[in-house]
Design a protein around this ligand. Structure first.
Ligand code: ADP
Length: 159
């Protein structure tokens, strides 16, 4: 069984993230979605919410997808999950610039770490969690970009 770690903020999880999970499952048996802690007013509560929304949004994949919080070095986390594989999504060339830096740093810490960079579907290439948050805060409709559970969560927080 080969697993891959998919780390990120998932703040919140979008259909773009889901697309990467689905693509990764064509290459690996299992995907471990590793939700990072964010420097934020109430990081613990907020982290729990992000994890819960990831679980709901990825429930369709059953036990091939695991969702966990993590606050250690990615290289240590991957080792704890018995894998050397990390997957990240690519939208634009600026994602690639950012990833190249992360890859170089992480490979210095663990030369065996392999990154798999998966281009997203064209449909989601312009989708980002920060834009979704902005639209939601202003009362806009985000149902085209996120799982219904995520949309409902933001509607509740606004209402
Ligand atoms: P981070 O803060 O670590 O970049 P994100 O949650 O923003 O966390 O992103 C996690 C991963 O998902 C990154 O590899 C990012 O490029 C990818 N990603 C984010 N949005 C999309 C999208 N719309 N399509 C494909 N990949 C995406």
């Amino acid at each position: 069984m080969t697993s891959v770690v998919y780390p990120g903020s998932f703040n919140p999880i979008t259909y773009g993230h889901r697309d990467i999970v689905e693509r990764a499952l064509r290459l690996f048996d299992r995907v471990v979605v590793a939700v990072g802690t964010a420097a934020d007013k109430d990081p613990e509560t907020h982290l729990r919410e992000r994890i819960e929304l990831c679980r709901l949004a990825l429930a369709e994949f059953g036990d091939r997808v695991e969702v966990e919080g993590f606050n250690t070095l990615l290289v240590d986390y991957a080792r704890s999950k018995d894998t050397h594989f990390v997957v990240r999504g690519l939208r634009t060339i600026s994602d690639f610039d950012y990833e190249s830096q992360m890859i170089a740093m992480n490979q210095t810490m663990d030369p065996e770490l392999e990154y798999v960079l998966l281009p997203t579907s064209r449909q989601w290439a312009f989708l980002s969690s920060s834009l979704v948050r902005e639209i939601a805060v202003l009362g806009g409709d985000i149902s085209e970009f996120v799982h219904p559970a995520v949309a409902a969560h933001y509607q509740q927080s606004n209402g």
